[in-house]
Design a protein around this ligand. Structure first.
Ligand SMILES: *Cc1c(COP(=O)(O)O)cnc(C)c1O
Ligand SMILES: [Zn+2]
Length: 476
């Protein structure tokens, strides 16, 4: 590794980082090289924690900009690892990067107008520009690095699609591990499945949905000693913190007023909260943005619990009776998650408690948007250029709702996270724009989508020059 990019002060990495149970009543700690996804004592989620005074932390966020001049070093080029002083758990020689995190924060006046905020105040963070086409690469780079550090040979995940695409990519590009992925039946968008298959992952299709696949992969990984890379893995979230660092960097280190993000397994929202809390603790920012997490109506567990039933982090002691009661209701009603936004089609978010902590730290709100609102917002994002997949557009649809409610002010600076690339799920996009009513009904109508308010339909013309020219004059 280039000396210029090495830490300024040499310290043994294990002195700096360790794992810690998130429950304040437990707080059990674990060594860095312990591969576990829950506390062995109380079963709660784990954090990666740092002894910051043992590590060379930056004096100012501007320090990170200097890395760009050294981008011929892969660790300075990576949009994750150029911030590695903020996730100092890996020795540089073990870090795995495939060039993730080259993303863009784009000001969008099309989206600003749609949402109802003033021009110049709305930004879209295009995480679809990652190598496998979703934000998952940020977290995968970190979890994969940890897996590599501890000598794992196989890595597994359950996935609505993007996690598996990302894992499969890291495995095939680096040749360091074998990918084992679990997917539910008929739920995964073809763009994502095609990646996992082509990258050569062992693909196990479960007759069930994501929540079923998630439960199984935990059992299987435990029994076979396979490294689990779902976002219950605390190292995933360390990588996902860097999305916020890049947003801040693009805004000249001035925190925006709002971060709006779709909520599925709630890894991103949890990671964003952790990122801001740590930056504040280190004195690198003086203000934490507010966080809005957006569920789909058909997978709205967080919305139900947080907004309807008043569940709160409560200093690390969220009311378990509220959570258990809701899960029992889901079971009794045999309710399965259902939304066109397949990446957030999840009823039992594994990072629920960490997300409650993030909402607490970021004065957060949660909203739900239906598939109609998601697809209309997605069409608007696409009309502004680049585009996104359905789940991503929940952020824009959610921001619009919050603006209509007056929760977001017209002159506030809002960043919507676009989590995945438009080409991940072309089926939903084509159905929306299609003039074929049957296709529309089969894919969208059955989910309660009634209109394609912003459809750009293909013009059908006979194969005759005059007719074609006429059509272009008429419509163009
Ligand atoms: C995984 C994923 C989500 C959900 O993110 P969480 O961190 O699980 O809440 C949203 N959008 C896309 C495109 C995803 O791949
Ligand atoms: Zn514990």
């Amino acid at each position: 590794m280039a000396a210029a990019c090495a830490p300024r002060r040499r310290v043994a990495v294990s002195d700096v980082a360790f794992q810690r149970c998130i429950s304040p009543d437990c707080g059990e700690t674990y060594a860095l090289d312990d591969a576990r996804v829950a506390c062995g004592r109380c079963g709660e989620l784990l954090d990666v924690a740092y002894r910051w005074n043992q590590a060379p932390t930056p004096k100012s966020l501007k320090d990170f900009e200097a890395k760009w001049a050294r981008r011929s070093d892969p660790l300075c080029f990576s949009g994750v690892w150029r911030f590695r002083e903020m996730l100092p758990f890996a020795p540089p020689g073990k870090i795995v990067t495939v060039g993730e995190g080259q993303t863009l924060l784009q000001q969008s006046d099309v989206a600003a107008k749609y949402i109802g905020v003033n021009g110049g105040r709305l930004y879209l963070q295009y995480e679809g520009m990652n190598p496998s086409g979703s934000f998952k690469d940020n977290g995968m780079s970190a979890a994969f690095t940890h897996a590599h550090m501890i000598g794992a040979e196989r890595a597994a995940c359950a996935s609505t699609g993007n996690t598996s695409a990302s894992l499969a990519m890291y495995c095939s590009v680096t040749g360091l591990m074998r990918a084992v992925i679990f997917v539910g039946s008929g739920k995964i968008a073809y763009g994502k499945l095609s990646q996992a298959l082509e990258f050569g992952a062992l693909t196990v299709q479960i007759l069930g949905d994501f929540d079923d696949a998630m439960a199984r992969v935990k059992e299987v990984a435990g029994q076979l000693g396979i490294y689990l890379v779902n976002s219950v893995n605390p190292f995933r979230l360390e990588g996902q913190k860097t999305i916020m660092f890049r947003v801040l960097e693009a805004l000249a280190w001035q925190p925006p007023d709002w971060i709006v993000v779709p909520g599925g397994n709630l890894g991103n929202s949890s990671a964003f909260g952790k990122a801001f809390v740590e930056l504040k603790e280190l004195g690198l920012i003086d203000r934490i943005p507010r966080l809005a997490v957006i569920n789909a109506v058909g997978a709205n567990t967080l919305y139900e619990l947080y907004e309807k039933r008043g569940l709160r982090w409560n200093g690390g002691r969220p009311d378990a009776t509220i959570i258990d009661g809701y899960h029992r209701e889901l079971d009794q009603a045999k309710r399965k998650a259902d939304t066109i936004a397949s990446a957030i089609e999840i009823n039992r978010p594994v990072n629920l408690k960490k997300c409650l902590r993030a909402l607490d730290a970021c004065d957060g709100v949660v909203r739900e948007v239906d598939d109609q609102q998601i697809l209309d917002a997605k069409a608007k994002v696409g009309a502004g250029g680049f585009g996104c997949e359905p789940a991503s557009a929940a952020s824009v649809a959610g921001a619009k709702r919050l603006r209509e409610e007056g929760v977001i002010g017209a002159d506030e600076r809002v960043v919507c996270i676009l989590t995945g690339h438009q080409l991940k799920d072309p089926t939903a996009t084509v159905a929306y724009h299609s003039a074929d009513q049957e296709m529309f009904n089969n894919i969208l109508g059955k989910r309660g989508v009634r209109r394609a308010s912003f459809a750009n339909r293909a013009v059908v013309v006979p194969n005759e020059l005059d007719e074609i020219i006429k059509a272009i004059r008429l419509y163009g």
